[in-house]
Design a protein around this ligand. Sequence first.
Ligand code: SF4
Ligand code: SF4
Length: 425
Amino acid sequence: MASVYNWQLGRPMSYPYAQAAPKEQFAFVININRCIGCQTCTMACKSTWTFSKGQEHMWWTNVETKPYGGYPQHWDVKILDLLGQANPAGMEWQGQLADDRRKPYGELKGKNIFESPEIVARGKQPNLVLGYLPTEEDWTAPNIHEDTPVGGLNKPMDFGGGESMSGDQKHKTWFYYLARLCNHCSYPACLAACPRNAIYKRPEDGIVLIDQQECRGYRKCVEACPYKKSLYRGTTRTSEKCIACYPRIEGKDPESDGVPMETRCMSACIGQVRMQGLVKVDESNVWVEDRYNPLYYLVHVAKVALPLYPQFGTEPNGYYIPPRWVPTTYLEQMFGPGVKAAVDRYRAPDRELLAVLQLFRRSNRVIFRYELKQGSKVWETTVNGKKFEMFNDTVIAFDKKNREIFRTQVEEPVHVRPDKHANSI
Ligand code: SF4
Ligand code: SF4
């Protein structure tokens, strides 16, 4: 095994292939606080890529209700259980949160999925990755437990607070929507496990693809991907996965005007919770400073967006703004030690964060840079005992060719329709 650097773990780790990095990396941020679980993203993907025979069970992107929902069922509980077996003494984050792109969350002690494959080795054939193959039943109900809160359905809501809960976290009854897709990981487990070398990571944008000519359907990728985002298709006897809508990312869509355009699931988002882009990384996959790229800002400056299950070790490129009403202990096992600081910052955003949050879903073009123009103060209140001020700043988005895509303001304009308008009866 080679040694590669994983900045989300804050340390080097073992991986079957030598360190390599793309020129730019496909990445996205999803703001869980605003997701309404409408599944428009799910259907946008389904109707574009997985509507054919043999793909009935394929949901490259899905939205599951946590804590009970999951597609395939219990995918995260099962892999966390295997990691628990690999780490009988537990996994522990050590050190501090820091302004350090190589080690922002401290260092994770404990074996990840590439460092503990012996747990699932069968017979003489060694496994390269810790994982499991879901059963057919696990794939049958993508919406299982949708809208089911903690405590289960048909139970009275519990508005009481536990001792560790405060502010927005005061209710004992909660759930939230977790929108998921392939993370186009920097160290993909699917790629690591493929015995045919059929899976590759594109050097130009880090998108992870399965070569359908090379794949023989051994399902090692299905077994290895901890997020269970590689799926087997019985009609072709090959595995398939999210392709990051690569013609759009390449700017080849007729509507893209030659510049990168966001994926279908991002573009269709009704709740305006998804933003996708391309970030610059160095030779060890650490993000290169790019202060006014909105994804860089959200992950490394404001630090409100956190990776999904960083402890798996694949260095996923999907980031989430954690929900502010959910107990911190639950969120920390899912997003790592940065949760409390992220939620506190999101609850009382400073003027730059509030402006950057307005960039979500105003356009389908990938935003490469933003600029701020200061406006006047429009509101003042107190949040958690501290003064909170809101300014009507303008935020301007630019595309890959540095052309302005749009500009928008923190305070949304109000349009009053006249009482007689085109569709009045
Ligand atoms: S999320 Fe799974 S399928 Fe996607 S790149 Fe990572 S390991 Fe591969
Ligand atoms: S379209 Fe947006 S708001 Fe609707 S479920 Fe998907 S991520 Fe959530």
